[in-house]
Design a protein around this ligand. Structure first.
Ligand code: SF4
Length: 732
């Protein structure tokens, strides 16, 4: 850096085509003529900012070098060129129009330049930045670690002033009201009607000075023809005075102003009209936040510091969680590894829970058929379709049942068009595109539905021949840890009836099983959950599927009725009766054993509005009694917990968990079971939680009773840490 000259970095912003590159290059030339060391960095994908300083040469851009040589091999000498009077010239560059993300490109270029202490070795750094689209990427140079001062280049055209106002908004978002960083306006005249008036009205309204007026002049065209800046032309041209003045201005301390953008309405009124004063300016972000906060406080009456709203995954997450249930498909997440990783956590969580429950067995959901294209910064900048095609080709080579591609936010933002990828389908392997674009297609549930419907439409064979004595299981809650064990229970019962499972539709099935979905004459809903009911409706409407009235059964009564209705449909009612008797004997024996320990115990039950007859039946069969049955109106479904009219008198609607706690202390039950976690109280009371998805079949509640017995034994031993058996099972 030249002695006694304070380092300064200046961002020259303006609408594309407004002349900011010409102004930047002439300012650089004027500063160089004053003996300053200047570095000009072009931040416009057009990459012609430094062309005049380089005598017409187009220099390699940072992004071209990063793409061609790779991040690791690229060095500063590849991109830094010496121009007029030794000024430094760099072009950030950008992708081809319509692909990739130019904003991300600017970020990558700045990351690369940040590896070198380059900027500090110049007296002045000038960033020439495209200002039409002030996305995060193009705003990099305006971040506080870069530009000390910002110049707005504008003409009197409405759109140029609109872009200038937008730039002020971007600066305001970065700086809020704390910093003053705008030096002023450089007015590049176009010779329009009322142009001076428009620029003046805008400048007055945003409180900025017009630092210089660059006159419309043939001298600029002449310089362009000669591939030089105007400052390099021979002669004492009046236009040179403008840049000499600007160079002098930025050679001494600058007076800076805060960004004070106009609202769109004010901008239009002031620029197009004749007013010179403002009615309202856009409030600072802090002010807006304060207003919101105040509103929230006045509505709620208190400030809520902790929110407990559930968090939802993105559509990509929902679609991927659905797609991996096609066990022979390759599911490709088109995006960064991180998106696939977080979704893997979701998919693998039941498997990981099973590892804890069952020891070292490795459930398949731990390593799902899920891959990532692993978009890197290169694809994010230049587009990722080639990378995706390579990944799909590689997947097709492995001859899977299907290849399913799902887009993430990043691939969506850079504009990768997934629909074209379906053309890679072969006769044997369909390629299915799910363009969720991360969260653009909605949340987890919307992604899940999109995946189900798209995959069904692509795969299901409408001519599939009927397979008698078969059923499909529809809408299993795949992320439940007992999904597989529940299926095993049902498969056993169906097998005893001579009925086979044709397809687990989005449970765990192959592409060919899904193709033959319509072979099964009857469909059974896994549970009456809202998403399963929606899938049922879709299948009925679009494929004419026929459903059994009842979903997979929970508990003694429901299982008996379910077996009888299956017997009616498949003409084997006698067989169903036999199985019911056989299962009932097992149930009676198990309940008898539990009753020897539990008879007379007082149970305190708090349910949410979901049927719990399956639990009540077995509690009563084991000789226990309810000291309280409360129902918490929690879900948007009717307030029903029983279908037995005689039990209705036992049920109280409760309005808060605090009310339940009070009752519990007063009634002193032996066993507390509830639909939510209750704070543990006395040591000799058993506390348990009603499972969200109970085990299926006649023994659902029997298993809960067995758990209560072991919890009672654990309590008797003092606390669970003293239970050697339990300790060894989990920790030794
Ligand atoms: S929201 Fe976007 S970035 Fe986040 S996990 Fe989903 S796809 Fe990835």
């Amino acid at each position: 850096m030249s002695e006694n000259i304070q380092h300064l970095e200046l961002a020259v912003y303006g609408k594309g085509g407004i002349g900011k590159s010409t102004i930047s290059a002439n300012l650089t030339a004027a500063l160089a003529q004053r003996g300053l060391r200047v570095l000009q960095i072009g931040c416009d994908p057009k990459h012609d900012s430094t062309r005049a300083l380089m005598g017409g040469e187009r220099i390699p851009t940072v992004l071209d070098v990063l793409r061609d040589r790779g991040k690791e091999n690229a060095v500063i000498e590849d991109v830094l060129r010496s121009g007029y009077l030794g000024c430094g010239c760099i072009e950030a560059g950008g992708p081809q129009p319509g692909v990739g993300c130019a904003g991300r490109g600017i970020i990558s270029a700045f990351e690369f330049l940040g590896r070198y202490s380059l900027r500090e070795s110049y007296d002045r750094v000038i960033y020439d930045v495209l200002g039409d689209v002030v996305c995060g990427g193009f705003a990099v140079s305006v971040r506080r670690e870069y530009a000390d001062a910002v110049f707005l280049v504008t003409s009197g055209e409405y759109m140029a002033l609109y872009a200038a106002n937008n730039i002020l908004r971007g600066i305001r978002n970065f700086d809020s009201d704390r910093y003053a960083r705008v030096a002023g306006i450089i007015y590049n005249e176009r010779k329009l009607e009322d142009e001076d008036g428009r620029v003046k009205r805008f400048a007055d309204a945003v409180g900025l000075p017009v630092l210089a007026k660059v006159p419309k002049s043939e001298a600029f065209a002449l310089a362009e023809e000669k591939n030089v800046t105007l400052m390099q032309l021979e002669g004492d041209l009046p236009e040179k005075k403008v840049f000499e003045y600007l160079a002098e201005l930025v050679s001494s301390p600058l007076k800076l102003h805060k960004a004070n953008p106009l609202s769109d309405e004010d901008h239009e009124r002031i620029v197009l009209g004749n007013e010179t004063s403002l009615s309202v300016s856009v409030p600072a972000p802090e002010a807006a936040e304060t207003q919101d906060a105040a509103q929230e406080t006045s509505v709620s009456g208190s400030t809520q510091k902790v929110t407990r709203r559930p968090l939802y995954g993105c559509a990509f997450n929902g679609a991927a969680t659905t797609a991996v249930h096609l066990t022979d498909a390759v599911v490709i997440a088109h995006g960064p590894k991180a998106c696939a990783f977080y979704t893997w956590q979701n998919i693998s969580s039941p498997g990981r829970r099973n590892i804890f429950n069952r020891g070292v067995l490795m459930p398949s959901s731990i390593s799902p058929n899920f891959e990532s294209t692993d978009i890197s910064h290169n694809e994010a900048v230049f587009g990722g379709m080639e990378l995706l095609r390579r990944s799909v080709r590689d997947a097709l080579d492995r001859k899977p049942g299907a290849v399913i591609v799902i887009s993430t936010c990043v691939s969506g933002i850079i504009g990768d068009d997934l629909s074209s990828i379906e053309e890679m389908s072969t006769d044997e392997v369909p390629v299915i595109a799910l363009a969720t674009d991360g969260d653009l297609a909605g949340d987890y549930m919307e992604g899940l539905r999109m995946a189900q419907e798209t995959i069904l439409q692509r795969l299901v064979d409408r001519q599939a021949p009927e397979v008698p004595m078969s059923v499909n299981i529809i809408g299993e809650t795949a992320i439940a840890s007992n999904a597989d064990s529940n299926f095993a229970v049902m498969e056993r019962l169906l097998g005893m009836m001579g009925i086979r499972v044709n397809c687990r539709c989005f449970g765990s099935c192959t592409a060919s099983e899904l193709r033959g979905l319509l072979s099964a004459p009857v469909n059974i809903l896994a549970a009456n959950t809202s998403d399963a009911l929606e899938l049922k409706e879709y299948l009925e409407k679009n494929f004419g599927c026929r459903f059994l009235d009842a979903p997979l059964p929970i508990g003694l009564e429901a299982t008996s009725e379910w077996l009888l209705s299956l017997g009616d449909i498949f003409g084997c009612r006698e067989k169903a009766r036999e199985i019911i008797q056989q299962e009932r004997r097992m149930y009676d024996e198990a309940v008898g054993r539990a009753a020897s320990r539990l008879r007379g115990k007082r149970v305190f039950l708090t349910a949410i509005n979901a049927r719990t007859d399956w639990l009540m039946d077995t509690v009563l069969d084991a000789g226990m009694e309810f000291c309280h049955i409360g129902v918490l109106n929690y879900m948007r479904s009717p307030l029903i917990v029983t279908e037995h009219p005689d039990r209705l008198s036992m049920i109280t609607e409760i309005t808060s968990t605090a009310q339940t706690e009070e009752l519990r202390r007063e009634l002193r039950p032996d066993i507390v079971i509830s639909a939510y976690t209750v704070p543990k109280g006395d040591d000799d009371v058993v506390y348990d939680v009603i499972p969200m998805l109970p085990d299926l079949g006649m023994l659902s509640a029997v298993m809960i009773l067995q758990r209560w017995i072991s919890l009672m034994d654990t309590n008797r031993k003092g606390s669970w840490e003293n239970d050697r058996e339990l300790f060894e099972k989990y920790y030794s």
